[in-house]
Write a protein that binds this ligand. Structure first.
Ligand code: ADP
Ligand code: TRP
Length: 332
């Protein structure tokens, strides 16, 4: 069986994009995968680049953990941990930083997009080195399959380059080249403004918010200005785009017909989407709220996961150290 690994940053509560694009497909693979071949982690070190307040990161970490568990992640079958609890990853990131060309990193979207937006003096080294830490996350365990959304493809490509050049440098195939695992339909779930749903853009639909807030988010989905009577285009409308990702085929067909016939308003379509989400995710929402109330259980689960992952990470890091002619370290 192939090793799978993925991470979600603790920069907020997971939204519908994270859930449809990564959480649901990953839980399916992890729960079917051979024991201890899957790594699911919360990328809190990556979050520090964006969020200064550690308390916020810690609180978000619980939100991400509760979401994975609400969607049925079997933590007995995988390594489920906080990135910062397995510090071996930062050492590996340093080795990669020492030889990976600076010039190549300046081309990474994560850096290029931000540098065009914010004052250059506010750009941290962490943001610049973001893809290096992500490569270390993946290559530390030699994961072969990495479920991600479309926006992460370039990072996986950089990871493959790092693995190739490191292997060449030491003359040994120490790192396998990972592949991104994408779901065609859900690799870039649109937000309420039609652009990729994202925590930073606040265009999200958060199924783990209260009914009232969730409804408000859905009612805010941008539409054109067609009147209730007019026929509507089910191929371009954002409410319909989201409905199609969740509803069964017969319901999608019915909704399409209503759009094409006219006499069906966008607010009715939004209510239908809201009701569908409430119905479809009712179990997960209940489970999420119960996990989020039990932080000590979440801490316990994540600590157990980290302990197990650390053993593998330590062994792997010692192999890497050996290739670099460095002394091995003992795990504590
Ligand atoms: P965000 O982009 O909202 O800050 P993250 O960067 O933490 O979320 O993303 C966690 C995972 O979810 C990544 O694999 C990312 O590609 C995926 N993802 C994020 N947004 C979407 C989306 N709108 N559709 C599909 N996948 C997404
Ligand atoms: N960069 C990813 C994101 O922004 C999060 C992440 C960090 C990740 N390390 C990873 C995803 C390793 C997959 C594998 O969403």
């Amino acid at each position: 069986m192939e090793k799978i690994l993925t991470g979600i940053r603790s920069t907020g509560t997971p939204h519908l994009g994270n859930i449809l694009g990564v959480i649901i497909p990953s839980v399916g693979i992890v729960n079917r995968n051979e024991k201890h071949s899957s790594f699911i982690f919360i990328a809190d070190l990556h979050s520090m680049i964006q969020i200064n307040n550690i308390k916020t990161i810690i609180n978000n970490t619980y939100q991400i953990a509760a979401a994975w568990l609400a969607f049925g992640l079997n933590t007995e079958n995988c390594f489920f941990y906080r990135q910062s609890d397995v510090s071996e990853v930062t050492e590996l990131a340093w080795y990669f930083s020492c030889f990976f060309p600076y010039q190549r990193l300046t081309l990474a979207h994560s850096f290029k997009n931000e540098i065009s937006k914010i004052d250059k003096r506010k750009i941290s080294m962490g943001l610049f080195a973001y893809p290096i830490l992500m490569a270390a996350d993946i290559l530390l365990y030699n994961a072969q399959i990495v479920p991600v959304g479309k926006d992460q493809l370039q990072h996986i490509e950089i990871t493959r380059r790092i693995a190739t050049s490191f292997n060449q440098r030491i003359g040994k195939k120490l790192f396998v080249l990972p592949n991104a695992f994408l779901q065609k339909k859900t690799m870039s779930v649109p937000g309420t403004d039609g652009k990729k749903m994202s925590k930073s853009k606040k265009n999200w639909i958060n199924i783990f918010s209260s009914d009232e807030i969730l409804k408000k988010q859905i009612m805010s989905i941008r539409t054109d200005s067609k009147s209730l009577e007019e026929k509507k285009d089910p191929e371009t409308d954002y409410v319909m785009s989201l409905y199609k990702l969740i509803a069964p085929l017969d319901k999608i067909d019915k909704m399409k017909k209503k759009y094409l016939k006219g006499g069906y308003g966008y607010s009715e379509a939004k209510i239908a989407l809201y009701e569908l989400i409430i119905h479809k995710f009712s179990t997960e929402r209940k489970k999420f709220f119960s996990f989020i109330k039990n932080k000590s259980l979440l801490d316990h689960i994540l600590s157990l996961g980290a302990e197990k992952a650390k053993r593998i990470a330590n062994e792997r890091l010692n192999d890497i150290r050996k290739c670099l002619k460095l002394k091995p370290i003992k795990s504590n």
